[in-house]
Design a protein around this ligand. Structure first.
Ligand code: NDP
Ligand code: 8X3
Length: 256
């Protein structure tokens, strides 16, 4: 029998044109939910809409680095999609893996604008409705990079640490409401993430996952689905996940 756990729920998914966002949108729709799928690449959104062919999917162009783009989103929603009760705050990126003293400042600024400012603005726009309706789930895509530093992770890891702490602080503010917040913290998952990080260099991106059974986008969506399906009185604050073939290294020591 079909598990229609998302029936009657309306989800806003940022970054639904690939990877985790697209996989989550597909899962939500398969479970009977309404989904507003967003991203900058409108052709991808159109293809998704054509492939899934359901009135429960609405697509909207959205650039989370643009205040105007975010401001235009909610007023543009038809009534059947207005009462958002799942916010899948996923749009994000890593750019480069250079050392801090060599990395591109412009890449740093783009990561902050997308992963931090964009996520904060979307949250601020959607949260009042959730609180007014006294229902909702906010899933913020952080990363293992929030907790574990690695060479070249500099600003990317710092943006994800922001997402984690912002999520926990939202919990502090939302006490007394039924709105839940979770910081999702995946490790290695094979999506377009590394292609973006390495500026389109597919070979470099492929090498990241070589010989590793990395998580897929749908693996991460499966875990997120399990969080959303929990009884309403349980809040998962942070959820860290990795492929079995990924773990931790030793501290670096300079023996001079
Ligand atoms: P993808 O590159 O496959 O997807 C990223 C998504 O973010 C795309 O849909 C892209 O859409 C969207 N996006 C990027 N910039 C913007 C923007 N300015 N405005 C709107 N949308 C934007 O990567 P993943 O699916 O892997 O990544 C999703 C999230 O998960 C990110 O926040 C990432 O940091 C995080 N993450 C990824 C991990 C991994 O190993 N893959 C592990 C841990 C966390 P478009 O370009 O069309 O706008
Ligand atoms: C993506 C995972 O380890 O490349 O957030 O930073 S990692």
């Amino acid at each position: 029998m079909a598990d229609n756990w998302a029936e009657g729920r309306i989800a806003l998914v940022t970054g639904a044109t690939s990877g985790f966002g697209e996989a989550m949108a597909r899962r939500l729709l398969a479970a009977g939910g309404h989904v507003i799928a967003t991203g900058r690449r409108t052709e991808r959104l159109e293809n998704l809409a054509k492939a899934l062919a359901t009135e429960r999917l609405l697509t909207r162009e959205l650039d989370v680095t643009s205040e105007a783009s975010i401001a235009a989103l909610l007023p543009s929603l038809p009534s059947a999609f207005e009462a958002i009760d799942i916010l899948y705050n996923n749009a994000g990126l890593a750019l480069g893996l250079g050392k801090a003293h060599e990395a591109s400042l412009s890449d740093w600024e783009t990561m902050i604008a997308t992963n931090v400012t964009g996520l904060v603005r979307i949250t601020r726009a959607v949260l009042p409705g959730m609180v007014a309706r006294n229902r909702g789930d906010v899933l913020n895509l952080s990363s293992v990079a929030a907790s574990y530093p690695y060479p070249g992770g500099n600003v990317y890891g710092a943006t994800k640490a922001f997402v984690r702490q912002f999520s926990l602080n939202l919990r502090a503010d939302l006490i007394g409401t039924k709105v839940r917040v979770t910081s999702i913290e995946p490790g290695m998952a094979e999506t377009e993430f590394s292609v973006v990080r390495f500026a389109g260099d597919q070979e470099k991106a492929d090498n990241v996952y070589k010989g590793v059974h990395a998580m897929s986008a749908d693996d991460v969506a499966l875990v997120c689905e399990s969080v959303l399906k929990l009884p309403a009185h349980i809040n998962v604050n942070t959820l860290e996940l990795m492929p079995v073939q990924q773990a931790f290294g030793p501290f670096a020591v300079d023996r001079g």
